[in-house]
Write a protein that binds this ligand. Structure first.
Ligand SMILES: *[C@@H]1O[C@H](CO)[C@@H](O)[C@H](O)[C@H]1NC(C)=O
Ligand SMILES: *[C@@H]1O[C@H](CO)[C@@H](O)[C@H](O)[C@H]1NC(C)=O
Length: 203
């Protein structure tokens, strides 16, 4: 009798843990209130207007071909279209806190075969294209996750080198921080002012 009561208690606390874990993983919503879909195209619009406005685009910083992700000027609020690919390949919608790959919908100009997939460059911590999807064990700088910002007015994008939301995580480390915008309008890890966006359907 006592042991079955104990089992019941254990079971209900387990259920509670599962329910709260699920509740913490909300869907990422676009500006129409719809869940973001795998592979669909969106613009990441800054929640700010004026000088801090502008969508995301590609610029050439240190290289002859544009590969650095930057904030476009405020006259271009949409920037280039993006698509999101959850690492959990059965997930058709995007959830907060789950790792995913992010790519520009169009190939970067004069990319010479380099991918449109985002990565944080190890050496400089700038956000660039040329990333790769990898199932290799260990951390990987092309994995990101979307989190609702504390301000609740939009979302921030974090670099999360270890998988979250897949059956066999590649490693077990938390996220490394959020993307910010530097004074040169380049996106960079844990630098400049935090970049908070809303997602708007493209096309
Ligand atoms: C450009 O290259 C210099 C020297 O390698 C480096 O310190 C700097 O972080 C680079 N800038 C960007 C935007 O990648
Ligand atoms: C992967 O996504 C599917 C579909 O949304 C979901 O049912 C499953 O629980 C997810 N896997 C993990 C490990 O979260």
């Amino acid at each position: 009798m006592e042991s079955s009561l104990l089992h019941l208690l254990l079971l209900s606390s387990l259920l509670l843990a599962i329910v709260s874990a699920v509740a913490a993983q909300g869907a990422v919503l676009d500006s129409d209130g719809d869940a973001l879909l795998r592979g669909r195209q969106y613009y990441a619009r800054s929640i700010y207007r004026g000088g801090r406005g502008g969508g995301l685009t590609l610029v050439a910083a240190n290289e002859s071909c544009p590969s650095h992700v930057a904030q476009a000027s405020p006259v271009n609020p949409n920037g280039l279209a993006l698509a999101f690919f959850p690492e959990n390949f059965t997930a058709g919608t995007i959830s907060t806190g789950r790792t995913l790959y992010i790519r520009f919908a169009a190939a970067p100009p004069c990319s010479g075969g380099r991918s449109a997939l985002w990565q944080v460059r190890q050496s400089s911590r700038y956000l660039t294209t040329g990333g790769s999807e990898s199932s290799a064990v260990g951390p990987h700088n092309s994995r990101f996750a979307i989190y609702r910002d504390n301000s609740a007015r939009g979302y921030q994008i974090q670099l999360c080198p270890c998988s979250a939301g897949v059956a066999r995580p590649s490693c077990r480390l938390g996220c490394f921080g959020a993307l910010g915008v530097t004074s040169a309008r380049l996106l960079s890890l844990n630098a400049g002012s935090r970049h908070i966006v809303t997602f708007v359907k493209a096309k």
